[in-house]
Each structure stands twice: as C-alpha cells, then as structure tokens.
Design a protein. Structure first.
Length: 503
C-alpha cells in the first residue's frame, strides 16, 4: 500500500490560474534595489543602465509576470518627481521606514520601467496615499501612460522617453491600516474611491486599480471596502471604481518581536511554520466568501500582494534591512502557498512574494563582489512556472499522513495540478521532515501519457544555498514509475516535486 494517494481528474479543467499569481515585489528596502537590482552604471558588475544583468538573467528564467514597486511602506513616503530627470539633479531622501538611511533617488520611474522591460514583466506601481496627493498620483499615471502633448507627456519626453509605457496595475496606497496612514477602514475606503476616480485610462492603457486591503483575516477592513462599491445581497454589480482588493499575509512562526531563525530551528518550529503557511487557505477562503456576498459575479479580484516567510535578520546585518537566509523549509512554504493559490484561482488573481532580491523570502541573494545565489524558493517558482495561465484541475488527497499539532491534524501531503496545451503539471509536497513518502498519482480522464519528474530536497530542512555552496538545494530528476492507477513516485523527507505529463 502507498503512503498517500492523490486523485487527479485530468479531463475536468477548472478556472484559469492567472499568471500574475506568480508575481514579485521590489521595495526600496535594504539591498533589494540598491545592491540588488541596481548597482549603478559605473559598477564593475555587468549592468545595463545600472541594472544588474545576472539578476535579470536569473529572474527571466522564472517568467516573472509582474513586479510591484516602490513599496510597501516606502510607497507612502515616495514622491515620484524626485526620481526623474538627470541623476545629478535628483534630491536625496530619507527612508524612514527601513533603516533610516539616505538614498539618492538614482533608481526611479525610468529605471523601474527599464527593469520591467528587461524582465519582460508588467509593471505594478504602488502610489502614495499616506503622504501624497490625488494630483500627484494622477500625474504619475499621465506621465507614464499618456501620449500627445500634455504637461506630463512633455516632462516625460524631456527626460528622454517619447512613447508612453503600458502600466496596467496601480496600487492605491499600502497598508493604510498601519504604515500607510493608520487610517480607519471607512476613512481609507473613501480615499480609495477618491483616488481611483482620478486615476485615468489614457489611450489604450487600461488601469487595474487595487485598493489597499487587510492584514491577515481582518474581514471588517475588506467589508468596508466592499460597502464602498457595493451592497450586501442587492444583486447589483459593484461600482467599477477599483478593480481589486489586496490582502497581506506573512508566515511568522514565532512572535513579531522574536520571529526565529531562518536556518537554526527544531522540529516544533518546523511544524509550526508549515501550519502557519497552510492557514493562508482559511484566510483566502474567508475573504473570498465575504466578497462573494457583495460581488457574486466576481467582478472584483482578490490580490495577495505581500506574502512569504519573515524571520529575524541574519546576525550582524542591519535590522532595518530585513536580510534573511532562505532554506528548504522556505521552499515548502512557497509550494504550499501555490497549491492554495491554484485552488482559489476563481477569485485570487494576483500574488506578490516579498521580496525578490535580498529581502525576506527572496528569489536571489547577491553581494557587492558579484556573487549571486538562487535560493530554494527560487527553484519552486521555476519548477512551478508551467502552471501560469493553465487551467486548474481537481486534486484530492484521499490517503496521506497527518501530524498532531496541538490537537489538530496537520496534513503532511500537499498537491495541485493544471493543464495547458496538452500538458499537465502536478505539484507535490512531502512535509514530513523525517520520513519518505510513497505516492500514487491516481490519474483519471486520460488513457495514456508520457511523464517526467523533478525533485527539490536537501539533507535537512535547514539546508540553504550560499556563494560557496550555490547548489546545496537544487532540482534533480525524479524517477516516475507506471502504476495500475497511474503513476508512482517516492518523495524524500521535506521535499517538493513536479511531475509533467504529455497527454
């Protein structure tokens, strides 16, 4: 008998998994922008316009669909006109949220747009509501997206860009309940309506306006935003003022004051971390159910534009820079999240991991000597990229192991699957930190297929990649065997795998 059986209905395609669920986040925080994405044109590290090319090359392999910038908390103290024009003329500013450091504004709007073009990613610009004005954000939209001869178009052309950009995604502030202004939900809801009204579509650039939503399961905040555009049970479509509502959810196993180490942890910390990661399903389900009551036709999208692990900073680093290592445990947090995202693809339209380089649960870690490390989380994104814009398939874990955590049975097997262009991709996670898992994939709805597998694991959950050992955690081939019901694979402890099928 196998340890687990996973039933997959290959002939019952469901909602499309929006590629933007694999989005990213780059804030002016620590070494994410300066020293991460941007090293300056005079750097010895190969760059284009100051943008680090090895970072671009590594990230292009992930098919990044969108990049959120400039924050985060930083967005609500950022004034975009300080970051355009000749670099020598740009005023410096103090980053009060993250380390109280001074920065020179050399990475601004044009540099961000150049980065998105190099990555092939759609820009997601987060505007300043906390300390900005409606006019400031409205003019930013005009500067970026309008053609013709308006004041902002003339300013853009004077700064070297004749043609407008396509910038679809706009965030109306960030965490307005906290660093974005400490506002009450109803007060922010009124501001969101006002700001969204003056964020105009120019030419063929159609804006997707995202209202800054709740932390975790604060349903009252989400309901205040829904009441601002709809009514409970009235049967009418919501007013088309903003097109999505965001939420934020971080996997913090300890307390906010003592979050724990990214690489030095025991079994109890391991289990509590993955249980916290699994709880994202409850949070998304709760917000989705509330949104269904006010918006039964799902005209408003749910956006999880900050998610990921948050640990204590690495010893000896600036506490305000949020630099943490990234171990095999973090990779499993990512794989769990994606399984949940795929299951909720009808409502969840975008997600952005925090953050892309050198901050929190990063894809890449860099140093000033040219070193670059792909983290275990990076490999989960790469192995899973075939789910982008595919149709989710029904997946049922009908047999599997559990772990008793404080009286609650925690599932130790996670899975999701999708189909696109005659190919299916199955994602599997064995969360058991100590025992291998023999899994049967009970494939229904197809009579024949060709299969191949890939595996991501390590000697222990604490294993991570460094410049000296860049491939301590890296994908390897996985043996896939035929079985009477479909396929059979053996997953080592604390591992993630994908199985690709040509139907």
């Amino acid at each position: 008998m196998p340890d687990a059986r996973v039933v997959i209905d290959l002939d019952v395609p469901g909602p499309t998994i929006n590629r933007h669920l694999y989005g990213h986040f780059a804030e002016h925080l620590g070494r994410c922008i300066y020293g991460g994405f941007y090293v300056g044109e005079d750097s010895d590290i190969p760059n284009e316009g100051g943008i680090r090319l090895d970072v671009v090359e590594a990230l292009r392999a992930l098919d990044i669909p969108n990049l959120r910038w400039p924050g985060g908390c930083f967005a609500d103290e950022y004034h975009w006109k300080d970051g355009i024009g000749p670099k020598a003329d740009r005023p410096s500013m103090v980053n009060t949220h993250w380390g109280n450091v001074e920065e020179n504004n050399h990475f601004g709007t044009h540099e961000f747009m150049a980065l998105c073009e190099l990555l092939g990613a759609a820009p997601y610009v987060n505007g300043n509501v906390g300390s900005g004005t409606v006019r400031e954000m409205s003019e930013w939209v005009e500067y970026l997206t309008r053609d013709g001869d308006s004041p902002m178009v003339r300013l853009r052309k004077a700064n070297g860009r004749d043609e407008p950009w396509q910038v679809p995604f706009w965030g109306i502030g960030n965490e307005a309940w906290g660093c974005g202004g400490n506002l009450r939900a109803e007060a922010y809801a009124d501001l969101a309506r006002q700001y969204a009204t003056f964020l105009k579509d120019h030419g063929d650039n159609q804006l997707y306006r995202i209202a800054a939503g709740a932390s975790d399961d604060d349903l009252a905040w989400t309901e205040a935003l829904l009441k601002a555009v709809s009514c409970l049970g009235c049967g009418r479509d919501p007013k088309n003022i903003f097109q999505a509502i965001s939420i934020h959810y971080y996997t913090v196993a300890g307390t906010w004051e003592h979050k724990g180490s990214a690489t030095e942890f025991g079994l109890e910390d391991y289990y509590r971390t993955l249980a916290k990661a699994q709880d994202i399903e409850r949070v998304i389900r709760a917000h989705s159910a509330l949104m269904d009551a006010y918006d039964p036709e799902r005209k408003i999208g749910l956006v999880l534009d900050e998610w990921g692990t948050w640990w204590d900073v690495e010893p000896g680093t600036n506490p305000g820079f949020l630099f943490q290592q990234n171990a095999m445990r973090d990779a499993l947090v990512a794989s769990l999240h994606f399984d949940v995202f795929h299951r909720h693809a009808e409502r969840l339209v975008m997600a952005n991991i925090a953050q892309t380089v050198n901050v929190l649960q990063a894809m890449l870690l860099t140093d000033d000597d040219g070193g670059l490390v792909r983290t275990p989380t990076y490999h989960v994104f790469e192995m899973n990229k075939g789910h982008q814009d595919a149709q989710a398939l029904p997946v049922h874990v009908v047999e599997g192991r559990t772990y008793d955590l404080d009286g609650t049975a925690m599932q130790l097997v996670s899975a999701s699957a999708s189909v696109k262009d005659g190919r299916a991709l199955v994602s599997l996670s064995n969360l058991d930190p100590e025992a291998a898992l023999d899994v049967v994939l009970d494939l229904r709805g197809a009579s024949s297929w060709e299969s191949s597998g890939r595996l991501l694991t390590a000697s222990k959950p604490q294993t991570h990649n460094t410049v000296a050992a860049p491939d301590a955690v890296a994908p390897v081939p996985l043996e896939v065997e035929p079985e009477s019901r479909g396929l059979r694979v053996t997953l080592p402890p604390h591992s993630f795998a994908t199985v690709s099928l040509t139907l």
